[in-house]
Design a protein around this ligand. Structure first.
Ligand SMILES: [Zn+2]
Ligand SMILES: [Zn+2]
Length: 350
């Protein structure tokens, strides 16, 4: 099969023929019809993820058709249209038993712990625990975005963030996850403030329901601007980018008893990030992490998509071929762009 492969961290990936995967006893192989290009893929390529061994095939937000199943798989069959959370759970550890598959103790992640979906086929583990049926009326490109950015944003805003109508919700970083969060919070009836350094990203945020925008590139103190705009600070604030600056601005922009949700990954040399904890004490803030979303909690989100209240299809701004992927991956570091790029591995381009 054809796949995007890199041999060394940070050096150009290339498209070449590699052996197609076989399913584990509990797993499946999926023919990849669409797979999103995510900043996490760029982090992996840069060597920020200790799970990755070389050579490697990235790609973790995918949708496609079941091609082959392992002998121990009961609920899925070849031909089924499926997607999967980027955290694939084991189904049997303590976290899984509690229903928290998104923090499974023995999780696998395609594109990180094993070869991912920038390829014509991908292997997925513990299919009965992790696969999610894609409705016939949903395109593969739309479904691909659910696995990482949209489901991640949904869990951050709805499940961890407990968004309520009328609240001020601030989203720092309007890439794929951030724009998804803007859309989800607005659909929940929140008043959304989008923060980014890119005017293009803020234009998209406005289109997806942001009531107010803060251009962090033109504001010396975005947190102060947010407190001013919201009459005292956000009820709920997300760092959807993942940086020292956006994390601190998110916490500093909260009102009393506000909730900060850390969604964007925070790579740093020593593995830690300074956070304004004094403010967390004085204002009784909640600081929570959010990590993907368990497959069994997808139905309420899929129902909102089916009803048209959420439109992940609108977030997909470009589709590219496998051949265009190495350059697109490299550009994620400096110019992640606005909106969502989806790779169609079986497309030869138009
Ligand atoms: Zn992702
Ligand atoms: Zn588990």
């Amino acid at each position: 099969m054809r796949a995007v492969v890199f041999e060394h961290f940070g050096e150009p990936a290339e498209v070449r023929d590699v052996p197609a995967p076989r399913p584990a006893d509990h797993g499946v192989v999926v023919r990849v019809e669409a797979t999103g290009l995510c900043r996490s893929d760029w982090h992996g390529w840069q060597g920020h993820d200790p799970d990755i061994t070389l050579p490697h095939v990235p790609g973790h937000e995918l949708a496609g058709v079941v091609e082959e199943i392992g002998a121990g798989v009961h609920d899925w069959h070849p031909g089924d249209r499926v997607t999967v959370p980027f955290v694939c759970a084991c189904g049997t550890c303590g976290a899984c038993a509690a229903g928290d598959q998104q923090v499974c103790e023995r999780q696998t992640q395609p594109g990180f712990t094993h070869w991912g979906s920038f390829a014509e086929y991908v292997a997925l583990d513990h299919a009965d625990v992790n696969l999610v049926a894609v409705p016939d009326e949903m395109s593969f490109a739309t479904a691909a975005s659910l696995g990482c950015r949209f489901a991640t944003a949904f869990r951050a805003v709805v499940q961890q963030g407990r968004v309520a109508a009328g609240e001020w919700v601030v989203v720092h970083g309007c890439g794929g996850v951030g724009l998804s969060a803007v859309m989800i919070a607005a659909a929940a009836g929140a008043r959304v403030v989008a923060v980014d350094v890119s005017p293009g990203a803020l234009d998209l945020a406005r289109k997806f329901g942001a009531a107010e925008c803060v251009d962090a590139g033109r504001t010396t103190d975005p947190a102060a601007a947010i407190r001013e705009l919201t009459g005292g600070g956000a009820h709920l604030s997300l760092d959807a980018l993942g940086s020292l600056v956006t994390c601190a601005a998110s916490v500093n922009g909260l009102r009393r008893r506000g909730r900060h949700i850390q969604v964007g990954l925070l790579p740093s040399a020593d593995g830690t990030t300074p956070v304004p904890m004094a403010r967390a004490i004085a204002l009784e803030l909640e600081l929570l992490g959010s990590h993907g979303m368990a497959a069994h909690t997808y139905p309420p989100m899929l129902e909102l998509v089916r009803a048209g209240a959420l439109r992940p299809d609108l977030l997909v701004t470009s589709t590219i071929t496998l051949d265009a992927t190495p350059d697109a991956l490299a550009s994620m570091g400096t110019a992640p762009g606005a909106g969502v790029t989806v790779i169609e591995p079986w497309s030869r381009g138009r």
